[in-house]
Ligand binder design. Sequence first.
Ligand code: HEC
Length: 202
Amino acid sequence: MTRTFTCATATALTAGVAPDGSYYYPVFPYASYTRMTDQDISDLWAYMQTVPAVSNEAKGDDIPFPFGFRPLLAGWQTLFLEPGPFEPDPEQSAAWNRGAYLVTGPSHCGECHTPRNFLGGPERDRALAGSTAGPGGEKVPGITPDSKGFSEWSRGDLVFGLQFGLMPDGDSFSGSMGEVVRDGTSHFTKDDLNAIAEYLIE
Ligand code: HEC
C-alpha cells in the first residue's frame, strides 16, 4: 500500500528507511509503527516540533555480525515487514478496534510479547504468545487469552496494571515493562486502557 507522506519521520515510521536511504534495525519498532494512521503520524510530528532539542551523542550499536550488517536489513524487511496502516475489523466494536490499533500499532506490545524466529522476525501466527528474547534477553510472558498466568487477569486487572504498574498479586512490573508503564501506558486515557483490555481479554 502506498502512502502519501514525503516527510522523513513518516518514512522512518512506516517503511523503516532513514533519510540517507539506509535501513533501520528492527529494534526500532517500525514493523508496528507502520500500522499507525496518517493522522496520528502527522500529529506526532507536529508535537515533536515543539519539543526542545537536546544534544546527545547516540551510542554505537553492538549487534553481532551478520545481524549488525545493515545492507542485510533489506532482506529482513522483505521477509518480515508488512507495511500499511491498521485495518479495522467491521465485525468488532469500535472499542475493540481501538484496542487492536493501539496494541499492534503505536504501543507496539508485540515487539516484546511476540516470539521471534532465528532471523529475528516476529512469528505472526503466535502473536503475543510470549518470548524468551525480550530486551536484554528478558523473558516476556504471553498476553493471549490462553497464556498461563495472564488467562487469570480480568479487564479491570489489566487497566489497573497499565495505569499504575501493579499486577493483580501486588507485585510491580519489572524490567522493560516497568518502563512501558512509566513512560507509556500510565499516560493513556482511561478509554484507551479500557479499549486495550477489551481487545486483549475476552
Ligand atoms: C519493551 C518490551 C515490552 C513492551 C513494548 C511491552 N511489554 Fe508487557 N511485558 C514486558 C516484560 C519484560 C514483562 C514481564 C515483566 C515482569 O515480569 O515484571 C511484561 C509483562 C506484561 C504483562 C504481565 C503478564 C503476566 O502474566 O504477568 C502484561 C499484562 C503486559 N506486559 C502487557 C503489555 C501490553 C498491553 C503492552 C502494550 C501496551 C506491553 N505489555 C508492551 C515487556 C514489554
